[in-house]
Design a protein around this ligand. Sequence first.
Ligand code: FES
Ligand SMILES: [Fe+2]
Length: 372
Amino acid sequence: MSEAVRTMMRMDAEAAQEAAAQADAGFLWDFWYPAARSTEIRGQKLVKAMLLEVPLVLGRTSEGKVFAMRDSCPHRGIPLSYGRLDGKVVECCYHGWRFDACSGQCVEIPSLSSQDKLKVERIFAGHYPCEERDGYVWVYMNSPGAKLPETIPAAPALIVFSDKYKITHLSCELPSHIDHGIIGLMDPAHGPFVHQSWFWRKRGSIHEKAKQFEPIPNGFRMSPHSPSTNSAPYQLLKKITGEPVTTTIDFVLPNLRTEIDQSGKMWFSSRATVTPVRRDLCRIDFVAAWNLFFLPVWIFRMFGKTFLRQDQETMIQQAEGLKHNPRLMLIDDADRPAKWYFALKANLIESRRTGGPMVHPMEGPVTLRWRS
Ligand code: FES
Ligand SMILES: [Fe+2]
């Protein structure tokens, strides 16, 4: 066996190992994840990103279309992000192989002589579907080693209820596995402790709540209800419109939490996604849109940043404890949404493995009670 063949086989074994390691990491493949903000991808810049431990290079063609390639040259693995983009083609910095940015297809190998028979067009750089929505570049993370399905769903879109609205984006990194990021996001019981502030709620205002939940495809919904009486912003909204406020909160796999608040013609719509970057790092991307004339973007950002920082600081502290692999508990009812999340995830993986239908962990609507 030639040395070159042995090297190739070693690389295949490494790829298989990598795929196994990624499967163990508890990631959900075959979904869209936000990789970067649209505004970061401009001109002829090649931008590094990482999703589900896959290094990516993002860019924008001269026609304005965003693209995502694996940040690794198929020739000898150097990150393509060190190369150049000429508006249509990415050129590797090492031996100058050139790849069509939108398909990953190799279009030129400069070292080939007229004698060479290598079929350049059969070589592809790793490449992922990529779409822009709500100010993010979304990348469809196809399972490692699998062929891209014929049809893939559209990337998630924030729901808005009027033509004119304000919109803003916030994000923060958490030194945690995606699962801890997500259950932290849906956990109702930490509010009065972590998010104590004059503008939100006080610890003393803790009281018993009952909320109805219902199953929805790949997730669950906190059924439309009037938000908690100890949250100042909702009370203000009610005072202004003179109409009741209703809130609907959904969680949908792999990582989306959306909240819609409506009162008369006024609305507020937000989405938080927790995206796995590596198994020990995730990122919350938060986008909110509203037509509440009395809420300027800067005020919202000030409060939103405080809120996210409180979660972030808590998760940094939690990560310190989790390093030692403690046994953990999920209790009823406050941690029931977290239990649903784990069950949804496990059932989805199982249904993909068997090809059978996905079993939903909820049989129907249920009421959960907790104090917060
Ligand atoms: S490593 Fe990219 S062209 Fe050789
Ligand atoms: Fe929180």
